[in-house]
Design a protein around this ligand. Structure first.
Ligand SMILES: CCCCCCCCCCCC(=O)SCCNC(=O)CCNC(=O)[C@H](O)C(C)(C)COP(=O)(O)OP(=O)(O)OC[C@H]1O[C@@H](n2cnc3c(N)ncnc32)[C@H](O)[C@@H]1OP(=O)(O)O
Length: 159
């Protein structure tokens, strides 16, 4: 199945965390399975906090962009629409909460989970957590709000 980020139009694909057109970014890929979205990410050696452990800001970014990706995938599913079709359901982070439960080891692949807690109107609340070697090390919540029409219209205008 396609990652939701691969269905975003080019103009909305430059985000540092999840833009497929940002060569310097993290290029997070969130795959929706009908119940939750999963992303996989293997931190690089330079994503270090202290030797052997992942930098917390990176972990927060993973929760952030996987949260907005989960929101988009869930919103398309709830509307019975094909992901990536216009009018675009693209979400911005209104609020991001991250709890670092234990240090996250640097080296193994991280699995980022996203599940919808609430979906109503333009707002989706997503609970997300990061699992590594079968343990949850980070837990968070993202309030994602659908990008207002005027913002999208500006970005999608082709001169
Ligand atoms: C540019 C296109 C990009 C499209 C491309 C986007 C790339 C995305 C990237 C991934 C993530 C990021 O880094 S995004 C970058 C960081 N985030 C931002 O810069 C966002 C800056 N903030 C904003 O632009 C605005 O505050 C918005 C759009 C998020 C919300 O403004 P709004 O559209 O006027 O929303 P509003 O009608 O007041 O509220 C809608 C619902 O959301 C709730 N709500 C609003 N803010 C909050 C909040 N902080 N915490 C809890 N809930 C909130 C309201 O109570 C309401 O719930 P109810 O009454 O309906 O229940």
């Amino acid at each position: 199945m396609n990652a939701i980020q691969d269905t975003y139009p080019d103009e909305l694909s430059h985000c540092y965390g999840c833009g497929r057109l940002n060569p310097d970014g993290l290029q997070i890929k969130s795959v929706w399975n009908g119940n939750e979205a999963i992303a996989r990410f293997t931190p690089r050696p330079y994503h270090t906090a202290v030797p052997g452990y992942v930098y917390g800001g990176l972990l927060a970014s993973l929760i952030d962009c996987h949260g907005t990706g989960t929101a988009a995938a869930a919103a398309y599913a709830a509307a019975g629409r094909e992901p990536g079709t216009a009018p675009y359901l693209r979400f911005l982070t209104a609020s991001l909460r991250v709890n670092f439960l234990k240090p996250t080891p640097l080296g193994p692949e991280l699995i980022i989970h996203g599940r919808v807690k609430e979906l109503a109107g333009r707002k989706v609340v997503v609970e997300a957590w990061i699992e590594v070697d079968g343990e949850t090390t980070v837990q968070g919540e993202v309030v994602a709000v659908q990008a207002p029409d005027h913002m999208l219209a500006n970005l999608l205008r082709r001169d």
